[in-house]
Design a protein around this ligand. Structure first.
Ligand SMILES: [Zn+2]
Length: 64
């Protein structure tokens, strides 16, 4: 998820600020653009989308 020029992982909530060298992969969830960091790709592939936060859920966590 992109918020104020920072990308957040929709699984682990890590941002480009936490890890500037992390690559984020773009995807679509419920019609919205989401981003997954490379270390969460295995989770995404093997979990079949389990544990992926939608943007609304992620926003709630990130703004705290
Ligand atoms: Zn992640």
């Amino acid at each position: 998820m992109l918020v104020e020029n920072l990308y957040f992982c929709n699984i682990c909530q890590k941002s480009t600020k936490d890890a500037p060298k992390t690559i984020f992969v773009q995807g679509i969830l419920e019609g919205e653009t989401i981003h997954i960091c490379t270390s969460c790709i295995p989770t995404l592939v093997h979990g079949g989308g389990k544990g992926v936060l939608n943007n609304k859920e992620l926003k709630e966590i990130v703004k705290k």
